[in-house]
Design a binder for this molecule. Structure first.
Ligand code: ATP
Ligand code: TZE
Ligand code: MG
Length: 293
């Protein structure tokens, strides 16, 4: 376990301070299922969310934004057009682009869109559950995955066979790292244990609570706050900060919900509360982060 006074944890704390001080304008083209949760998560962490998806105005928004989040959870043809225009303009304006490839691997439409975004623009970070990350690894024919059996897809949620556990952590870490290296993109696979890699260095984060996947959008919220972090931080540090801070907030909120015997509705509110309240001392006390080989 990495010690609280180590450089990487100081960097994570500094990343949070940078968000609070600079209030990154976080433009999100995202699904209407969880759009309000994403906007509130970005506000709670200290960013400024802007949610709009008309292709006619997306370039103007990217122009003023510090960062662009693209979430393909519930697309329409016009949203797809906005995502393509937005990510290309992100590349032209050096605006970091963070992609949430919801349910990639399930339909051809999603596969083609994700490949197009990866190939024709500059994506900085991809954050998905392990089913989604493996699906992308298959789409780009990553050697490390070609020999593995494909788990049955389960829509927007991770399939049981793909869940990250202690037993498969090293194998999944190898896939995440190899994909990050091949694409030159920060790859974050979330789950009971989160894996974060830049292709050279790979971390695992054990924070979180099993109640987190029982509300819709904890993944979408995570990607949105990673977007905010990347607006004012290096994308690897931003990805690490967003992932660990979301895990810690979810863990504290989950423990409170259990103690007071309430449920997922209360958890959803408490998660936003703890994203808002998290500070240096809480991060130092609670973070459970370590390096993988
Ligand atoms: N079993 C678990 N135990 C602890 N934390 C978890 C667990 N499952 C997910 N999480 C946490 O929940 C958050 C969302 O991750 P998850 O992998 O569920 O995203 P997702 O499948 O994309 O979600 P969605 O599509 O509903 O937004 C992450 O912060 C992750 O660490
Ligand atoms: C439930 C759901 N359906 C499309 S997007 C979404 C939010 C979680 O990804
Ligand atoms: Mg998701």
């Amino acid at each position: 376990m990495i010690k609280a006074n180590s450089k990487i944890i100081k960097d994570i704390i500094q990343a949070l301070e940078n968000v609070k001080n600079n209030i990154p304008l976080t433009h999100c083209i995202t699904n209407y299922v969880t759009i309000n949760d994403c906007a509130n998560a970005v506000l709670a962490i200290g960013g400024s969310p802007m949610m709009a998806d008309d292709p006619e105005e997306v370039e103007e928004f990217v122009e003023i934004a510090d960062t662009l989040v693209i979430n393909i959870g519930k697309m329409s043809q016009s949203q797809i057009e906005a995502m393509i225009i937005g990510s290309k303009h992100g590349m032209e304006t050096n605006t970091p682009v963070v992609l949430d490839p919801v349910a990639v691997g399930v339909t051809e439409l999603r596969n083609n869109l994700v490949l197009k975004l990866i190939n024709e623009s500059k994506i900085g970070v991809i954050r998905g559950n392990m089913s989604e990350i493996k699906a992308i690894a298959r789409l780009v024919e990553l050697d490390e995955i070609l020999s593995l059996n494909k788990a049955k897809s389960k829509g927007v949620d991770v399939s049981e066979d793909d869940e990250i556990t202690k037993a498969n952590l090293n194998d999944n870490g190898t896939i995440v790292k190899a994909l990050a290296k091949k694409l030159n993109i920060i790859i974050i696979a979330s789950g009971a244990i989160d894996i974060i890699s830049n292709g050279t260095t790979t971390y695992a984060c054990e924070n979180g609570d099993p109640i987190m996947p029982k509300i819709t959008g904890s993944g979408c919220m995570l990607t949105s706050i990673i977007g905010a972090f990347c607006g004012v931080n290096d994308p690897f540090i931003g990805g690490l900060a967003g992932t660990t801070i979301m895990g810690i907030a979810g863990e504290i909120a989950g423990q409170e919900v259990k103690k007071e015997n309430s449920g997922t509705g209360t958890f959803r509110s408490k998660l936003v509360d703890y994203l808002y309240k998290i500070d240096e001392q809480t991060i130092e006390e609670k973070i459970r982060l370590y390096k993988l080989e």
